[in-house]
Design a protein around this ligand. Sequence first.
Ligand code: SF4
Length: 156
Amino acid sequence: MRPREPIDHELLDTWMKASAEQEFEHLMGSLEVMVAEQTLARRPRCIGSGRCCSFQSFGHRLYLTGLEAARVMRRTTPPHGHDGDSCPFLEDCSCSIHLARPLGCRMFFCDPGATDWQQQLHETVLGSIKRYHEDMGVPYLYADWLVLAEAYSGRT
Ligand code: SF4
């Protein structure tokens, strides 16, 4: 869902604090390993063009939870705005935050052969993150990466 209103600062602070919890880091670390193993096993084709990170022109959007976005921002230097099309972390056709990139970036491949399994993997991963929100009582929002990145960047 794309929020219609600007994201509340209190909510951004809540996610930022919650994203530093050891339990969350443990969950995200294990999900990263699972995604890497499943991707390696299937070997989808990727030429590393960076085209899928230019959302508007590629016809693709990246969505993630506010909590995961906070984790990415905590591990990187906030970007200075974006052009409304590309991810603010795209530099010279490659990802400038490769090790800290969201799980959605690790699971998306334009290879037509990857469509089915990446959808299933995405649902499994999002389900785990959703359960974490419920178990820990963290407010849940699944939103456009550009909106979340901009909300955090605007605070620095
Ligand atoms: S974080 Fe990196 S991989 Fe993900 S959309 Fe941005 S530039 Fe692309």
